[in-house]
Design a protein around this ligand. Structure first.
Ligand code: UD1
Ligand code: CA
Length: 453
């Protein structure tokens, strides 16, 4: 029997107080729906139906990497109503797995267990939680068999204490769904068609209902409001930090490192407090990231140190480099081995060969800088003429004096030296010394006259 997954993802989620659909709010830098779809795809389902309230191509195009049947639910009349919209699309003799788009932490194994356990009836994933308020409670008879799910709004005072809850994940056959779903009504406190009423309906018709409990309830946490969104984010981040530590990364405080992407590391990397890693991050062995650094799509080879308060984006950095504190490396940059970038240095779309040093207060934009060249404090590439960007090419072993303005397009050949304070607008040949600044005048007694002014 082929497996078809139905992902319920319709509605803004009134408690989110948002203009964007609830399932597009992000956890770990990815929309919740994308996380759920990623997990679902590990089951290799024949088809995935996403029930949505947004007949919006722009939203749908964001999920192009998944093969999805979009199912439009015009009005959000309840989770049962949502599944009903997908029902006509299911292959007659398929297995159906229903998951909720607002539960992004669920693990592949849990979904697999759910699919494996329905034995021709219904399997549902339940969890025992510390605070069941707001969730559907699992009602069992005296023998422990599941009888029903009661929603918070419909609960009796005796049922309030039940701490086993419905996670929303269930599997059954398309046939059973087709038989019992159309019989559900909206006769409840919220006036919605509850998917959860499928259980009572099935039980009263002698269909077997199996509840499978998860070991760690946190993977079933759902997001109905922004407090829950933050809670889910923290759980996700804690798991990521634990995964990194298991790979051999030391983390000063696992609650103060956030990963919003994928991180691969060698051994003995160290992340200090308040490090934010976004996009694809690759770290070699023994890479140290100082406090308050932000790295976005960055590859760093072994033994490099990123000092405090540095921001690095779309950049590759070689071995044994030192960057920061307070450095900004912008997209399109590449630093070879042993490069040293100091405080208040900005690098953009530039390639710095091995051993380049820019210790203080410099701007290197659209530049190519040869090996062992030294960039003095306050030196800048003037890469923008007000209309276009131009490149600055600097050879090996060049000395750029402090406060030089390198007016691009410009080539400074290897071994040249540029005197401090020069504005260079014409190319400089190999081994030349160039001084471009007004002559200094020392006026005798001028100090006294200056003060008397
Ligand atoms: C639901 C369950 C509850 C369970 C909880 C787990 C029902 C009736 N209740 O409650 O038993 O404990 O999840 O988190 O199923 N959706 C649609 N169309 C609709 C309504 C909802 O697609 O008409 C989608 C939402 O986008 C959401 C999911 O279904 O992703 C669940 O809906 P939500 O309103 O959040 O249900 P809960 O009140 O959390
Ligand atoms: Ca929910």
């Amino acid at each position: 029997m082929q497996l078809e997954v139905i992902v319920l993802a319709a509605g803004q989620g009134t408690r989110m107080k948002s203009r964007i659909p609830k399932v597009l709010h992000s956890v770990g830098g990815k929309p919740m729906l994308e996380r759920v779809l990623g997990t679902v795809s590990s089951l290799l389902p024949a088809r995935v139906h996403v029930v949505t309230s947004d007949d919006d191509e722009e939203i749908q195009s964001r999920f192009e990497q998944f093969d999805i049947d979009w199912v439009y639910q015009e009005e959000q009349l309840g989770t049962g109503h949502a599944v009903l919209q997908a029902l006509p699309l299911l292959e007659a003799n398929s297995q159906a797995l229903v998951v909720y788009g607002d539960c992004p932490l669920v693990k592949p194994d849990t979904l697999k267990r759910c699919v494996a356990e329905n034995h021709g009836g219904i399997a549902l994933i339940t969890a025992v939680v510390p605070d069941p308020f707001g969730l559907g409670r699992i009602i069992r008879d005296t023998t422990g068999q599941v009888e029903a799910i009661v929603e918070q709004a419909d609960i009796s005072p005796e049922q309030c204490g039940i701490d086993e809850i419905n996670t929303g994940i269930l599997s059954t056959s398309a046939e059973l769904l087709g038989e019992y779903l159309p019989q559900l009504n909206d006769n409840n406190a919220q006036g919605e068609i509850y998917l959860t009423d499928l259980i009572v309906e099935a039980v009263s018709n002698g269909v077997s209902v199996k509840a499978v409990q998860v070991d760690d309830y946190r993977e079933t946490l759902g997001v109905n409001d922004r407090m829950q969104l933050a809670k889910v984010e923290r759980v996700f981040q804690q798991w990521q930090a634990e995964a990194l530590m298991k790979q051999g990364v030391s983390i000063a405080d696992p609650s103060r490192v956030d990963c919003r992407g994928s991180v691969t590391t060698g051994l003995d990397c160290v992340l200090d407090i308040n490090v934010l890693l976004e996009g694809d991050i690759e770290l070699g062995d023994n890479v140290r990231i100082g406090a308050n650094c932000v790295l976005r799509n960055v590859q760093i080879a072994s033994d490099t140190v990123i000092n405090e308060n540095s921001v690095i984006e779309d950049t590759t950095i070689g071995r044994a480099c030192s960057v920061g504190p307070f450095a900004r490396i912008r997209p399109g940059s590449a630093l070879d081995d042993n490069v040293s970038i100091g405080n208040f240095v900005e690098v953009k779309n530039s390639r710095l060969a091995g051993g380049v040093k820019a210790g203080h207060l410099a701007y290197l934009g659209d530049a190519e800088i040869g090996a062992d060249t030294n960039i003095g404090a306050g030196a800048i590439t003037c890469n923008f003429d007000g209309k276009n960007k131009h490149r600055t090419i600097i050879g090996d072993n060049v000395f750029i004096g402090s406060n030089s303005s390198l007016i691009a397009p410009l080539t400074i050949e290897s071994g040249a030296a540029v005197a401090a304070g020069s504005s260079i607008s014409r190319n400089v040949n190999t081994d030349a010394l160039v001084i471009e600044r007004a002559d200094q005048r020392n006026i005798k007694g001028g100090g006294t006259r200056f003060r008397r002014r």
